[in-house]
Design a protein. Structure first.
Length: 385
């Protein structure tokens, strides 16, 4: 007798096999029969033709704040996700001193486009340390399995306060940071995450704290995984971070390195394949490097109230710390707009939309005549920026 049989499902095994109608039997927590289950079972579920497939592991999420007020992690379960990895890029909310809560939330509104009002109203600050954060998550439960990184920017802010976004760390501060990473690993973190991407800016346009770390700091904190004897190092890679350096970290720590996000660019089509080749070469030398790629095209929505897509541009920096009327005034400045057009027109620095302006269109505008219009790189349409 089986423990569970799900009958009449559309079975998709995730191995590229054709979908088929059938049953699935479970015994002692393992799938033991697929196709036509003839044995009786303690529990039977009539799938009614619904699809049954392996759960999706979403390896890159930013649910760290939402999970404190929404254990259902909407909308992931409805999309087939059964495991969510949080804490990516080093953008976590633990550890966090009470005095730093506002700073951490404001950074998230900038770097991840989250609502400050929602964060203020929703986050349950029943923790300060990473172990306390994990304890809270266990008490509250979650609709899916959750794996969490300990995040570099939060660790840096906890140790260095406001200075985390302005300078490199001292030897003493690095020792304290490493101690926190080890404490988090002992509490159940799956690894350590960071970002060196120049597009990752926090409140007021200041770099996210992890971007101020030098190689000495990174070596020490990734080295904590070696001391822990387990865990993964995850980073969102900026162009200045070389695969060779990451291979050194993998060799020194003897831990896997996950490199995100390796996306194709039509303006530099060989770059991502060069990185993937370097990763393959490193694997051949016994180093465990993994490139995180997307299985579908990357699309995004943004508004000029939160124009994060522009934040990697040098010409946009004067606008980063501005709000309200000062921000609007800056956008109207001819010299500012001309500087933007000049930078995005240079292939060597062409990061914005990969230059594929024909793919960018206006969804909503205070001027109805601009809606559903494409943005093209020409004087008339570029004035929309």
């Amino acid at each position: 007798m089986h423990d569970l049989v799900i009958r009449g499902a559309l079975l998709l095994d995730g191995l590229r096999s054709p979908a088929r109608q059938g049953d699935l039997a479970v015994q002692d927590g393992k799938i033991v029969e697929v196709g036509k289950a003839t044995s009786s079972s303690r529990q039977t579920i009539d799938a009614g033709g619904l699809a049954l497939m392996p759960g999706i592991i979403d390896s890159h999420t930013h649910y760290d704040a939402q999970i404190t007020w929404d254990p259902g992690l909407a909308p992931s379960p409805a999309l087939g996700v059964t495991t969510a990895v949080i804490g990516n890029c080093g953008f976590t909310i633990a550890p966090c001193r009470p005095a730093d809560r506002e700073r951490v939330m404001r950074n998230l509104t900038q770097v991840e486009g989250m609502s400050l009002e929602a964060l203020r109203a929703g986050i349950r600050w029943e923790f300060e340390s990473v172990p306390q954060y994990f304890d809270m998550l266990e008490r509250r439960g979650a609709a899916v399995n959750v794996a969490a990184f300990v995040g570099h920017s939060s660790v840096r802010t906890y140790v260095m306060g406001e200075a985390a976004t302005h300078r490199v760390a001292t030897d003493e501060e690095i020792v304290l940071m490493k101690r926190i990473v080890l404490e988090a690993m002992q509490a159940g973190a799956v690894g350590f995450s960071t970002s060196t991407s120049p597009a990752h800016n926090g409140e007021g346009g200041l770099p996210m704290p992890s971007r101020l770390a030098d190689e000495r700091e990174l070596r020490a904190l990734v080295g904590a995984l070696k001391d822990a004897g387990r865990g993964v190092f995850m980073l969102t890679k900026g162009g200045q971070t070389q695969i060779g350096f990451l291979e050194e970290l993998a060799a020194d720590s003897r831990r896997p390195v996950v490199i995100a996000a390796l996306l194709h660019s039509s303006t530099n089509p060989d770059a991502v394949f060069d990185d993937l080749q370097k990763i393959q070469d490193a694997n051949g030398r016994g180093r465990k490097l993994v490139g995180a790629v997307s299985c579908c095209p990357l699309a995004m929505e943004f508004t000029l109230h939160s124009p994060y897509v522009f934040e990697g541009l040098d010409a946009w920096k004067p606008a980063l710390p501005l709000k309200g009327d000062a921000f609007k005034t800056k956008l109207r400045e001819k010299s500012f707009r001309d500087g933007l057009r000049d930078e995005i027109s240079k292939p060597a620095h062409f990061r914005l939309f990969n230059g594929e302006w024909q793919r960018v269109h206006v969804i909503q505008s205070a001027r109805a005549e601009l809606e559903r219009r494409l943005i093209a790189l020409e004087s008339r349409a570029a004035s929309l920026l």
